[in-house]
Design a protein around this ligand. Structure first.
Ligand SMILES: Nc1ncnc2c1ncn2[C@@H]1O[C@H](COP(=O)(O)OP(=O)(O)OP(=O)(O)O)[C@@H](O)[C@H]1O
Length: 291
């Protein structure tokens, strides 16, 4: 599903959560919506789901989403683990409801995922653990097979092995059934390999939208003996460093020219792609960022 946002503003009283934002998503990709706490991710997703009347326009496949039932039926927004469903409902009822409401719902897949994440079907949502509630949100999101599926930090309550099971399930399901999936997360590195495109927002404004591979090529990880790494990176923009014994890895922002590449080879340094997380921190820094 294609997404076109033009001049979108979301305000709560005097707070401007989304500030005159414009962008387009061509669709059928996994998008990462990245932003610091309070940057406007949830507000933006709510507007994309048609939950609020937009100031500006939000078009899904060329049609406005707000008060447009047929378009809204094609959208699934899983906001938080806790509000994935009514707390008094049994899990089995929640899945029945998904089936009844969504034309694209895959009930077999829903039950497979519920089993994978060990969610008891006869238990009430309010009696599930935080991790199970998160998993239920993810089950709803994936089984919905909605042309626009948005997962707003919905996997954060899961433990690490469960999150990795979720990433596998997400990728397999996306490859079998390509659709537009937008995920907001603070666990950027965990998800980085799944993301095809990143949309970075800060203070309600779009900082950048770029293919993840292109974004990663904006910097280089330089690894080698600490002394050589320090010599090589002197004068460059170093976003972060890690040391293990005498080995040091430095994340450097900006493209390296030919002479720098030759010098790195002479010093015996290894060069690799930069971590998305480091770029994200740099790009959303109030001081020293690119905005
Ligand atoms: N219902 C509300 N009433 C008043 N202000 C709100 C409301 N919801 C959000 N805000 C404000 O809007 C801004 C953006 O919030 P939003 O929840 O969209 O950000 P977020 O990027 O999703 O944050 P987080 O990563 O912490 O979940 C924040 O300043 C927040 O305090």
């Amino acid at each position: 599903m294609r997404v076109d946002v033009q001049g979108l503003t979301v305000r709560y009283g005097s707070v401007t959560a989304v500030d005159d934002m414009s962008f387009s998503l061509s669709g059928n990709k996994i998008y990462g919506l990245l932003g610091r706490n309070g940057s406007g991710k949830t507000s933006l997703m709510s507007a994309l789901a048609g939950y609020r009347r937009p100031i500006g326009t939000v078009m899904l496949n060329g049609a406005p989403v707000f008060e447009n039932a047929s378009v809204m039926r094609d959208v699934c927004l899983v906001r938080h683990s806790a509000d994935a469903a009514d707390k008094g409902d049994k899990v089995s009822y929640v899945l029945e409801y998904g089936k009844a409401w969504r034309d694209t719902w895959d009930d077999v897949h829903a039950r497979e995922l519920a089993e994978l994440f060990k969610i008891p079907l006869k238990t009430k949502v309010g009696e599930l653990s935080l991790g199970q509630r998160s998993a239920l949100g993810v089950v709803i999101g994936l089984a919905s097979r909605s042309p626009l599926t948005m997962l707003d930090e919905s996997h954060l309550g899961m433990d690490t092995p469960t999150r990795y099971a979720f990433y596998d399930a997400l990728l397999n399901d996306f490859m079998a059934h390509p659709r537009t999936i937008i995920i907001s997360t603070h666990l950027i590195e965990e998800l980085a390999s799944l993301l095809e495109e990143a949309v970075i927002i800060d203070n309600g404004r779009l900082v950048l939208q770029e293919e993840a591979d292109v974004l990663r090529s904006r910097g280089t990880e330089v690894t080698g003996n600490a002394a050589e790494v320090d010599e090589f990176t002197a004068g460059l923009t170093v976003l972060s460093t890690k040391s293990l014994g005498r080995v040091k890895a430095a994340m450097v922002y900006g493209a390296l020219d030919d002479s720098q590449l030759i010098r790195a080879r002479q010093l015996g340094l290894e060069l690799g792609p930069i971590a998305l997380q480091d770029l994200f921190v740099h790009l959303t820094e109030p001081v020293g960022g690119l905005r």
